[in-house]
Design a protein around this ligand. Structure first.
Ligand code: GRF
Length: 189
């Protein structure tokens, strides 16, 4: 099976996914796409000799080029890993139930437009939550609202700083995201 990863930033999740599938017999990361030419994920993909594609908002929202590229590359699953743009209708329709995202909270809590990065964890701390976690879900036309595939949770201890809870969440993301993808791909023919 062929995976495409979309990322806008550092790409630490993409890194784990590329590592996981590097020696897989039946699946691979075939393409890495970013809307941000500065995104470190592009360097990471280069290190794995995985092709990359950088696009701008016009290409993403006003043309069919990304869908065509994914089709040409015979992509089976689209993985959003720290990708900050809303997925357009043409892409959703071309890959029904084949686009997934990871979000650093226990959705539906702390999701939606503008809820990303440190803002999520700041909101969690401000609300005195005792529990926090990560969600992997199918993507639909709204930010962070598609059907949940997987959640992992952890306790917030007294004195946990933003850095600490962010780190705990990242550890869970890195551990679970590749496995969740692998399990999902097993269900495809
Ligand atoms: C992750 O926390 C993910 O949940 C969110 O964006 C972050 C991406 O981090 N959607 P990285 O680029 O994979 O390091």
């Amino acid at each position: 099976k062929r995976i495409a990863i979309f990322a806008s930033g550092s790409g630490s999740n993409a890194q784990k996914i590329m590592e996981h599938f590097k020696y897989s017999d039946d699946s691979e990361v075939s393409l890495v796409l970013s809307n941000n030419p500065e995104s470190y994920v592009l360097q990471r993909a280069d290190n794995f000799e995985i092709p990359t594609h950088v696009f701008d908002r016009h290409e993403f929202y006003q043309t069919d080029e990304i869908v065509q590229l994914l089709k040409r590359s015979e992509i089976d699953l689209v993985v959003l890993a720290g990708f900050l743009l809303l997925v357009p209708e043409n892409l959703l329709q071309a890959f029904p139930n084949k686009i997934i995202n990871i979000h650093p909270s226990l959705l539906p809590k702390y999701g939606g437009k503008g809820m990303y990065g440190d803002r999520v964890h700041q909101a969690v701390i401000a609300a005195n939550e005792e529990e926090h976690g990560i969600t992997i879900h199918f993507v639909n036309e709204k930010f962070d609202e598609g059907e949940v595939i997987h959640q992992s949770r952890f306790r917030i201890e007294k004195g946990d700083t933003l850095e600490i809870i962010k780190f705990k969440g990242q550890q869970l993301e890195h551990l679970h995201f590749p496995k969740v993808i692998e399990n999902l791909l097993k269900k495809y023919n």
